[in-house]
Design a protein around this ligand. Structure first.
Ligand code: NAP
Ligand code: HSE
Length: 443
């Protein structure tokens, strides 16, 4: 009987995700080996701190602090980059690709910043880069866009892409729990990034949106070219007011393409989602993505978007595809340009002007509660051609102040920006207004 081929895997990073991969790959090894017809060996594992106590027990002989040694080890076939960040992670990825290895990554920040460089390096060396775990945790959205929906063009993709923010907003809405305490819990549960500002300020969602936009439209949109706003200024009062108006508040990524003008735009912002929409009811650490395809119509994907097990599921899915590629030479779902976006040429695609990015808006202001204030505000909105749909006024701190919530009819990002800047200059407006979008998307 012939000896089974041994596929050697190097694991760089043994934190939340790395430990999940070790745990579940160990538990499911026999079944996966039988399916793949190979033996799988977790050959070496890199960490920063060799002495750290961990939930999984890795033999000391396999541990190293030298991630680049793993990337360069000629015995290792697949390198799993689960370190995070864009420094060492980039070096490890490029070193492994240069040696023609397959890299499996969960690192959306790296891909957003250096995606073009990584795919070029893979093409040049014959290496491969798999990244299912980088977007929406356990939901196979990358596979869906590259494989299942390949017949489609995408006018609109929008969704909840950050588990930490959705966990925070859900607990604030359902329990009135305080923001800081829930964020602490999300960190303890392994949902948040090492730098949690990436989550709550919207950057992590922006990184993921950039990856989806690339797969859907063949262009890398940088975070500087997007609108990126986080959840850190959303209050319990906003959540209650939105509920009264018939909405839940979700941090959404919205990726649009106008096929008449070939304009794309990516934005990330807390959004009022009508309660009847599926995504308004996607709660806790779950993510949800609605993809409007021109052939299939809208398909929606829901699942755990962060955490050890969900992310390990996506990484192991990629490992299985990587082994299939090594043993059969067949790349699952990859196009001839390696990225899977071969059918999505970015040629001719341009960034939409802010005048063409439209929405309805929710503006919350703390104002002096005195005669004429509403008229001043209405004067500003009228001059910017922003039409008010409703006004709600409640008492606010300090004394003699009021909280004023305006909703608008459809306007555009340029008009709303200058409206906000002018409102902030009014003496009667006591703090920087908060802007939320109203997400009544046409699917
Ligand atoms: P984490 O818990 O902070 O783990 C990072 C790991 O990298 C740790 O084991 C750490 O070693 C190791 N490391 C850091 N610097 C190193 C260095 N200089 N040399 C060697 N090892 C080093 O992070 P994570 O949550 O597992 O996330 C890993 C990646 O997955 C990130 O790109 C993240 O964005 C992505 N991701 C995370 C999730 C999630 O739910 N957590 C979901 C999807 C994607 P020590 O343990 O010794 O400190
Ligand atoms: N911090 C990320 C989140 C991890 O909360 O969604 C999953 O990418």
């Amino acid at each position: 009987m012939s000896q089974k081929r041994v596929i050697k895997i190097g694991l760089c990073g043994l934190g939340t995700v790395g430990q999940g991969v070790w745990k579940h790959l160990s538990a499911h090894r026999a079944r996966l080996e039988a399916r793949l017809g190979v033996k799988l060996e977790l050959h070496r594992v890199s960490v920063r701190d060799l002495k750290k106590q961990r939930a999984v027990k890795v033999p000391a002989a396999k541990l190293t602090t030298d991630s680049l040694a793993i990337a360069n080890d000629p015995e290792i076939d697949i390198v799993c980059e689960l370190i995070g960040g864009t420094g060492l992670a980039r070096e490890v990825t490029l070193a492994a690709l240069a040696r023609g290895k397959i890299v499996v990554s969960a690192n959306k920040a790296l891909l957003c910043k250096h995606g073009a460089e990584i795919f070029t390096a893979a093409r040049k060396s014959g290496g491969h880069f798999f990244f299912e775990a980088s977007v929406a945790g356990g939901i196979p959205i990358i596979k869906a866009l590259r494989e299942g929906l390949v017949a489609n063009r995408f006018r609109l993709i929008y969704g909840i892409l950050n588990g930490t923010c959705n966990y925070i907003l859900t607990r604030m809405a359902l329990e009135g729990a305080p923001y800081a305490a829930i964020l602490k819990e999300a960190k303890a549960l392994g949902y948040a990034e090492a730098d949690e500002s990436l989550d709550v300020e919207g950057w992590d969602t922006a990184h993921k949106a950039s990856i989806l936009a690339f797969l859907a439209h063949g262009v890398w949109i940088k975070t500087e070219q997007m609108i990126v706003e986080g959840i850190d200024r959303v209050t319990q009062a906003d959540i209650s007011t939105a509920a009264t108006l018939g909405y839940g508040i979700k941090l959404l990524a919205v990726i649009t393409r106008d096929f008449d003008t070939d304009e794309v735009f990516v934005r990330v912002h807390p959004t009022l989602v009508p309660k009847g929409k599926v995504l308004a009811n996607v709660n806790g650490v779950f993510n949800g993505i609605a993809v409007a395809g021109d052939v299939v119509g809208t398909t929606t994907y829901i699942g755990r978007g962060a955490g050890q097990d969900a992310t390990a599921s996506a990484v192991i899915g990629d490992l299985v595809d990587a082994v299939t590629l090594l043993t059969t030479g067949k790349a699952v779902a990859l196009g001839d340009d390696e990225t899977g976006s071969a059918t999505r040429s970015g040629r001719g695609v341009r960034l939409a002007s802010l005048d063409h990015v439209t929405s309805r808006y929710y503006i919350r202001m703390t104002v002096k509660d005195q005669p004429g204030v509403l008229a001043q505000i209405a004067n500003v909105t009228a001059r910017q051609h922003v039409s008010i749909a409703s006004v709600i006024q409640t008492a606010a701190e300090p004394a003699n102040a009021a909280s004023l919530i305006l909703t608008t009819h459809h306007s555009n990002e340029r008009a709303i920006r200058s409206t906000l800047a002018r409102l902030a200059q009014l003496k009667s407006v006591l703090e920087k207004p908060l802007l939320l979008r109203i997400g009544d998307f046409e699917e």
